[in-house]
Design a protein around this ligand. Structure first.
Ligand code: ADP
Ligand code: MG
Length: 483
């Protein structure tokens, strides 16, 4: 039988704000010492009162605007009664029936994924279970950190689509400076609700909630696993049980954590310690005007302006700093360039940034203090390459120098005596010598052995100390060998 999968996501993201959601304790995810960023409010002492963090609310509203949501003109927080051992109040302040944002969407490769709601709540602390002990430790640094929750409609149909949605959402959070959204660090957490139904059945099947997905890869894999597991359960005539499952990254399997006998009764009620909020359309207009270029807008513009390949464009969209650097380099390539020339230089710039520069950066940012290559110098290097004043081998060497010490490429070439292209006749002479001293390889080449030419090219490259391109070496040798 054919089974149709249905997936809805719930994504949590810790917001990047100075202070926590309801008090002035620092929101510092990098703090290593436990229980430093705490105060009587986030420690739940009696008699304290929460005060809502305005900056956090604005960030959630911006995310909502970017995702085409309707923003609530009237909203409030609600108390969710549930004992969290790492949230000392004995309840969590969240939002129930009046979230800040509702009914939006995000298009993933042309398919519209609807967003049910985006609300704001507070994060819990962390529990640590030291190995070999019979106790647990609690770190409250994270307790009360603003936490955004986004819920999608069950519009997603594959693990891949879910992964792409989560990736695009992460990029958006970063563009809006709403969250670092690093999954490995738990700053962004994805839960997937998965069900399957037989093709001829109208209503959705029983859903299973999969937790502990801490990478995009596991989001995709866990969903694919669940789809096939549930299809097999139905195929064998059994029923899918509604439950929460975890993901085992090494076994690449989901496993049952707890069965949901019945829905939790959280006894939500309006948070009595916080007054409700009224916003104006004017305020929303102002927030909208503050939105930067969004990832999908940038993607479309990059395709239009630079006509790079999909892969290149995607890196520049997802890694905002690299994209911005690329644009600065292109703007330094010079005025009044003919379109074909500009196109060629643009491609060349992209290639050198995406391969050589990114290799040197090893994950560091071009916005870092110790990054020394100005866009102007990078553009100059690209121009030297294009004019064939230096070979690609030399260019790589110069780039390394620029990366280590900064500076102007022409100057580096001069100082280091990295002679430019050796003149044509000199190369011809060297090539002839190589042909004369390697009769065996020449013979092999004439017999049609491809790697014989490769060997000769290597010899010539070595002799010119890498100052010419392999393509040049090849064509010179080939034309000499033909005669
Ligand atoms: P719950 O009350 O159990 O939390 P919700 O209706 O709030 O369930 O939905 C939670 C998430 O599960 C949403 O992302 C929603 O799209 C998704 N979802 C709901 N029903 C299904 C289903 N049958 N299969 C897959 N996902 C579903
Ligand atoms: Mg839910």
């Amino acid at each position: 039988m054919n089974y149709i999968p249905t997936i809805g996501l719930e994504i949590h993201a810790e917001l990047k704000t100075k202070s926590k959601m309801f008090c002035s304790s620092l929101n510092d995810p990098l703090e290593q010492h436990p229980n430093v960023n705490v105060c009587p409010v986030c420690m739940g002492h009696p008699g304290t009162l929460p005060v809502a963090n305005k900056a956090a609310i604005k960030k959630v509203q911006k995310v909502g605007l970017a995702l085409n949501c309707t923003l609530a003109l009237f909203s409030k927080f609600d108390r969710k009664n549930y004992f969290y051992p790492d949230l000392p109040k004995g309840y969590q302040i969240s939002q129930y029936d009046l979230p800040f944002c509702k009914e939006g969407y995000l298009d993933i490769e042309g398919k519209r994924i609807h967003i049910t709601r985006i609300h704001l709540e507070e994060d819990t602390g962390r529990l640590l279970h030291p190995k070999g002990t019979d106790y647990s430790l609690v770190d409250f640094n994270r307790a009360g950190v603003p936490l955004l929750e986004l819920v999608t409609e069950p519009d997603i149909t594959t693990g891949e689509e879910a992964r792409k949605f989560a990736q695009e959402f992460q990029v958006l959070l970063r563009y809006l400076a709403a969250s670092e959204a690093n999954m490995e660090k738990g700053q962004m957490r994805v839960e997937a609700n998965v069900s399957v139904r037989p093709e001829e059945q109208e209503e959705l099947g029983t859903k299973v909630e999969v937790k502990n997905l801490n990478s995009f890869r596991s989001v995709e894999r866990a969903i694919a696993f669940e789809i096939s597991r549930q299809s097999q359960v139905l195929e064998s005539g059994q029923k899918v049980i509604q439950e929460t499952r975890g993901w085992d990254d090494t076994k690449e399997q989901t496993f049952s954590q707890r069965e949901k006998e019945e829905a939790h009764d959280y006894r939500y009620f309006p948070e009595p310690d916080l007054p409700p909020f009224r916003f104006t359309k004017q305020e929303f207009e102002e927030l909208k005007a503050e939105l930067p270029e969004l990832p999908w807008q940038r993607r479309e513009r990059f395709v239009r302006e630079y006509s790079l390949g999909m892969k290149e464009t995607e890196v520049f969209v997802q890694q905002k700093d690299m994209g911005e650097y690329f644009e600065k380099v292109v703007s330094e390539l010079g005025p009044d360039l003919a379109p074909e020339k500009l196109q060629k230089l643009t491609k060349l710039s992209a290639n050198y940034i995406l391969t050589d520069l990114m290799g040197l950066l090893k994950g560091a940012s071009v916005n870092g203090e110790d990054f020394l290559i100005t866009p102007e110098n990078f553009a100059e290097l690209v121009l030297l390459i294009e004019k064939e004043e230096i070979s690609s081998a030399i260019a790589k060497q110069v780039l390394k120098e620029m990366f280590a010490r900064g500076g102007d490429p022409s100057q580096i070439i001069e100082e280091r005596g990295l002679t430019q292209i050796i003149d044509e006749t000199a190369i011809q002479k060297m090539a002839k010598e190589i042909i004369e001293t390697n009769p065996k390889a020449v013979e092999d080449y004439k017999k049609g052995k491809g790697n014989a030419l490769q060997f000769l090219v290597g010899q010539l490259m070595a002799k010119t100390k890498g100052t010419i391109n392999p393509e040049t070496a090849r064509s010179i040798l080939e034309s000499l060998l033909k005669t």
